[in-house]
Ligand binder design. Structure first.
Ligand SMILES: Nc1ncnc2c1ncn2[C@@H]1O[C@H](COP(=O)(O)OP(=O)(O)OP(=O)(O)O)[C@@H](O)[C@H]1O
Ligand SMILES: O=P(O)(O)OC[C@H]1O[C@H](OP(=O)(O)OP(=O)(O)O)[C@H](O)[C@@H]1O
Length: 212
């Protein structure tokens, strides 16, 4: 009998899509997955243990090896720079990161302020653009920052564009397309390679058939 694989799943919007993907790949996940407040769910018949974490924390659990594998947005992967392998693009929770602000903004300030939930990623982006900015880290409702004068621009996720539009903001630049990824702890990949490869194989088989 093989060892149990621990999977770190992000709570929130990716969760449902990731569960759907696993079910399409043939994993029998109990109804508990659809409506539960439990943070650890054991699925003995599949030899899997799921832990439910905040999306930004998934790579931390995987890097520390308390989870063998995990599901994380590419945005989180770039921001967190954790020592994990990214083994599969799951092509779910599709969106992109963009720079946005109020219409008519012109780059003229010294050290203009940029608000984001992704301070490392945003700072790196502006550095590459040769622009020096002051980063302001926020944890959500990023679009509020330029409206209230906290920042000149924001770096945030855009999906339908509705949040920007309804708040009278416009997109200036696209930074990078985002989807969710399957990530693996490097030691787990050595110790449990067969089990992990099997999961990657099963998931890759359904990824392209799943609507992003
Ligand atoms: N509007 C969106 N449409 C599609 N995918 C998105 C959208 N916003 C974020 N994502 C993707 O989903 C992941 C998780 O987003 P979610 O909003 O569930 O987490 P969060 O903002 O960290 O959580 P919380 O709102 O609890 O702080 C992000 O890391 C990103 O990859
Ligand atoms: O282009 P849209 O389809 O409008 O989606 C984009 C919005 O979705 C995310 O916010 P979320 O709902 O996670 O709330 P948050 O701002 O609290 O993170 C993101 O931060 C944008 O605000």
């Amino acid at each position: 009998m093989s060892e149990v694989l621990t999977v770190a799943m992000p709570k929130g919007r990716i969760f449902e899509e990731a569960v759907e993907l696993l079910r399409k790949a043939g994993y029998r996940l109990p109804e508990e997955f659809d409506d539960s407040r439990k943070l650890i769910i054991d699925v003995e018949e599949e030899n899997l243990r799921f832990i439910l974490a905040k999306p930004m924390d998934v790579p931390t659990y995987v890097e520390h090896g308390v989870a063998d594998i995990g599901v994380a947005g590419k945005d989180v992967m770039i921001e967190e720079e954790r020592d994990v392998y990214e083994v599969l693009d799951l092509k779910i929770s599709e969106c992109y990161l963009a720079v946005a602000g109020l219409p008519g903004y012109e780059k003229k300030d010294i050290n203009p302020k940029v608000a984001s939930k992704y301070p490392n990623l945003a700072a790196q982006y502006f550095k590459e653009q040769g622009e020096q900015v002051e980063m302001i880290k926020l944890n959500g409702s990023i679009e509020l920052a330029p409206l209230i004068g906290l920042a000149d621009r924001i770096v945030d996720i855009v999906s339908t564009g509705r949040t920007l539009k309804e708040n009278g903001l416009v997109e200036f630049e696209t930074i990078v397309p985002i989807t969710s990824r399957l990530i693996v702890n490097p030691v787990s990949y050595r110790m449990k390679d067969e089990q992990i490869d099997r999961m990657v194989e099963r998931l890759s088989g359904v990824v392209d058939g799943v609507e992003a």
